[in-house]
Design a protein. Structure first.
Length: 149
């Protein structure tokens, strides 16, 4: 009888732009570096194009096969430059957090500016929200997150 070594489950990183100096792909890679440095499996990177809203967000996520990728992940890490309650409805962050909650996949957030109160974070079912606004601080925050995943 052979013993199967469990395959480490990866995190899915859904990232948006953090301004012109830090596009979504660079945000995702900075977070991935932190996770790898902490010994986690290679993450699934899902950089998102700039500001999509409403139906377009759903269509975008569907075109990226997001739900299947999310279900294969141990957790979702959402990186959004600015989290604030008044802009959440229809946003990619809101849609991702909703899908993850419905699928039972924990969601963590990294943001340059967090203006969510604890109630808003709980409504989105965000396990943790960490602030980081540069590639260096995103990498450091991802190392910290790795200990929570």
């Amino acid at each position: 009888m052979s013993v199967r070594t469990p395959v480490p489950r990866h995190a899915l990183i859904a990232s948006g732009d953090f301004g012109e100096r830090l596009p979504a792909a660079a945000v995702a890679e900075a977070i991935a570096q932190g996770l790898r440095a902490a010994g986690m499996a290679e993450p699934d990177l899902c950089p998102l194009p700039a500001a999509q809203a409403g139906e377009r967000t759903r269509e975008l996520l569907d075109s990226l096969d997001f739900d299947a990728r999310m279900r294969a992940a141990r957790a979702v890490i959402v990186a959004d430059e600015h989290l604030r309650e008044r802009t959440l409805a229809g946003s990619a962050t809101f849609e991702i957090a909703t899908r993850a909650r419905q699928a039972g996949v924990p969601t963590y957030a990294l943001t340059a500016r967090n203006e969510l109160d604890s109630f808003d974070a709980r409504i989105l079912d965000l396990q943790t929200v960490l602030e980081a606004g540069s590639a260096r601080t995103l990498t450091a925050a991802a190392r910290e997150l790795a200990g929570l995943l």
